[in-house]
Ligand binder design. Structure first.
Ligand code: PMP
Length: 296
């Protein structure tokens, strides 16, 4: 896929520059060691104009990710949000995926960096996992352990784990992978959080051994608002196999239903699930067809 055209601009260290002409330092620490942090946001074309969903939460998380790995964060998030809106306008984008990346410069040592760069790019991107119900597998690749890594940080190097799990799942004929945590509980998908429905109740793994997604938090808010019975609880593989339905949540993927885990299809038709109601509500929220303040 082509992420930029001849005249696409990116925001790089406080300037708008041509995407194709922005170079990368071949001795960059982020390039060699994955020592960087990034975010994924989405803007939507709404009746209120182009709107980035939960922009503050995403930039706050970027700051948190950098701080948790000692990468200097010297930017003002409110200004970055303004610049992101400007970037969308300059590139004539309305519904877009937005990728801020903080990366360090030349440094071949395994020590934290005293300076960092910030880049923001945006491009048109459909739902990351498509629109059809998914088949997923229980991956033999485990999520990084919270004791070995700040797993609530969106750190570049960590995504090798996601790449391996997703590629392996696709290689085996599935759409996406579910990864277990260090204790053998089902943690989440390679870049989405997991929810299951059982006997009219929604379950999701608690924070601690998962990446705490912003969409996950939105789903929790929707459940509270709509009075859906909701529980945070670690989930065994059996509990996932025996669920009535399940879905994934993430900024890139949105809310997307799962039809089958390994060889086990879910009994409920997606249209009849609580997940389908949450999916509809989420679409209305991001498109500002409902007042978000009503929900929180
Ligand atoms: N898990 C991982 C590992 C992720 O990278 C992401 C974001 N792509 C998510 C879950 C979902 O997070 P969010 O809802 O904030 O996009």
């Amino acid at each position: 896929m082509q992420y930029y055209k001849e005249n696409t601009l990116i925001y790089l260290n406080a300037e708008f520059v041509n995407a194709g002409q922005a170079g990368v330092d071949m001795f960059g620490q982020s390039l060699h060691y994955g020592y960087g942090a990034f975010e994924g946001l989405r803007s939507y074309s709404t009746h209120n104009g182009t709107r980035i969903f939960k922009a503050e939460a995403h930039f706050d998380r970027l700051q948190h990710s950098c701080e948790s790995i000692g990468l200097p964060y010297t930017w003002d998030n409110r200004e970055l949000i303004e610049k992101t809106y400007e970037l969308l306008e300059l590139n004539n984008l309305r519904a877009a995926y937005i990728r801020p990346l903080v990366y360090s410069g030349s440094n071949m040592h395994l020590t934290t960096s005293s300076r960092a760069n910030l880049m923001i790019a945006a491009w048109e991107w459909g739902p990351y996992l498509g629109q059809n119900l998914l088949t997923v597998n229980i991956s033999h690749i485990q999520r990084p352990d919270s004791k070995s890594f700040p797993i609530d940080a969106k750190v570049s190097g960590q995504y090798v784990n996601s790449i391996l799990a997703t590629s392996d799942a696709i290689h085996q004929g599935f759409d996406e992978a579910l990864l277990l945590d260090k204790d053998g509980y089902v943690a989440q998908a390679s870049s989405e959080n997991l929810f299951i429905e059982k006997d009219g109740r929604i379950y999701t793994p608690p924070t601690g051994e998962i990446f705490p997604g912003i969409t996950r938090q939105t789903v929790i808010e929707i459940c509270k608002h709509l009075n859906f019975d909701f529980v945070e609880k670690r989930l065994s593989v059996e509990e996932v196999y025996e669920a009535d339905s399940a879905f994934l949540s993430g900024t890139a993927a949105g809310i997307i239903g799962i039809k089958q885990v390994d060889a086990q299809p879910f009994p409920l038709a997606w249209e009849d699930t609580i997940g389908a109601s949450i999916q509809r509500k989420y679409k209305n929220l991001v498109l500002e067809q409902e007042n978000y303040e009503v929900i929180i």
